[in-house]
Design a protein around this ligand. Structure first.
Ligand code: ATP
Length: 356
């Protein structure tokens, strides 16, 4: 497998601690996502006024846009404890029963990657969300009995990068669904200003713009790039980070001016050089770059499609003329985008289905 990229890398514990320190704690500090923020604020305010536990909340969107942060904020705003788990950690209904039966009244349960929970656990969750009750099955086969167990009212905050993969009955049980969008450069500048303040870093306005422009619309990446720029400035004895310093630092980390990192460029150049610009299926493309299909699909692809560098067609992924230009290659006359790019443009909803 290829070495993890700077943008998609798993972080060291120290990095994670730093990331946690940069998390906004209240809705007011949460930058961008105006629509979701306003709607969520209303949902929370109404439950506070009624003295009730907040409705279940589903947050969807690509990684690093603030789903975990929002779950923490929900718990903070409701003055409730927070329990964190994830779909992959819940492989048996019993795992979920253990969590649910130990919740306290009003607690916020955050389930990350909720689309990756096992089917039996998912079915148990339906009843827990709707009736605050679960059936614990004791014994096996013909002698098995279901013992009903009442649960205290709780708020489930589910997060998913793939809302389309959630079964309808699960999706319908959330009282509020918020879809997080990529951030604009201006919004990322605000995220970076706040983080620089917390890290005690001096950065010029142009320096913030340079880092924000390379952050792929994602606050987690913006903060990570800022930390790398900070390292670079420290080693080079630079006190105030301007656009040149930020650019030089990020060039060194192979994050280009458009925000593409090694993985993104690897995907694009495989598409162009190994598959003649496509169409090619997701798993084939993932094998060609030595990554998991899910990583290519959730980390690299949304940004490449959004930037108009890659298209999704019913027959697979294709490179757009912009991709050739970005890689400094001549645009071939007989490329697949000519016929299909109009079918599914960047960010098109139809392109959301699984194409493999
Ligand atoms: N709106 C925001 N304002 C300021 N900082 C933010 C915002 N959203 C996210 N961040 C920062 O980005 C980092 C990543 O956010 P978070 O962990 O909430 O993303 P996520 O969507 O849960 O990602 P994943 O799905 O990969 O777990 C956090 O450390 C936080 O500091």
């Amino acid at each position: 497998m290829a070495e993890p990229s700077l943008v998609a890398s798993q972080e060291e514990p120290e990095e994670r601690a730093l990331e946690a320190a940069l998390r906004p704690k209240f809705l007011d500090e949460f930058v961008g996502q105006g629509r979701v923020r306003r709607q969520l604020s209303l949902v929370l305010e109404a439950s506070r006024m009624r003295g009730r536990t907040a409705d279940h909340v589903l947050l969807s969107g690509p990684p690093g846009l603030g789903k975990t942060t929002l779950a923490m904020i929900i718990a903070g705003e409701m003055n409730a404890p927070l329990r964190i788990s994830s779909g992959p950690a819940i492989q048996h209904a019993g795992d979920l029963a253990a969590i649910l039966s130990s919740l306290s009244e009003g607690e916020v349960l955050f389930l990350d990657e909720i689309h990756r929970m096992s089917r039996p656990a998912e079915e148990m969750l339906y009843m827990a969300m709707e009736d605050f009750r679960v059936d614990i099955v004791v014994g096996k086969g013909a002698g098995a009995t279901a013992i009903p167990l009442d649960l205290p009212p709780f708020t489930l905050v589910g997060a998913t990068t793939r809302a389309g993969l959630l079964p309808g009955p699960l999706r319908d049980r959330f009282g509020f669904t918020g879809h997080l969008e990529f951030y604009t450069v201006e919004e990322l500048e605000l995220v970076l200003r706040r983080s620089a303040g917390l890290l005690d870093l001096k950065v010029t306005s142009a320096g913030f713009t340079e880092v924000a422009g390379r952050s792929r619309g994602t606050p987690r990446i913006a903060n990570r790039l800022l930390r790398r720029v900070r390292d670079w400035a420290l080693v080079h004895g630079i006190e105030q980070i301007d656009a040149r310093a930020a650019g030089a630092a990020l060039d060194m980390y192979e994050v280009d001016a458009r925000g593409l990192d090694r993985l993104d460029r690897g995907v694009l150049s495989a598409l162009v050089t190994k598959f003649g610009g496509g169409p090619v299926g997701l798993s084939t493309l993932a094998i060609a770059v030595g990554e998991e299909p899910e990583t290519v699909e959730t980390v690299a692809e949304p940004y490449l499609v959004r930037e108009g560098l890659m298209g999704r067609t019913p027959r697979g992924r294709i490179a757009t003329p912009l991709a050739y230009e970005h890689l400094g290659l001549p645009v071939p006359a007989s490329a697949p985008f000519a016929e299909s790019a109009t079918l599914f443009g960047p960010g098109s909803d139809e392109a959301d289905g699984s194409l493999d």
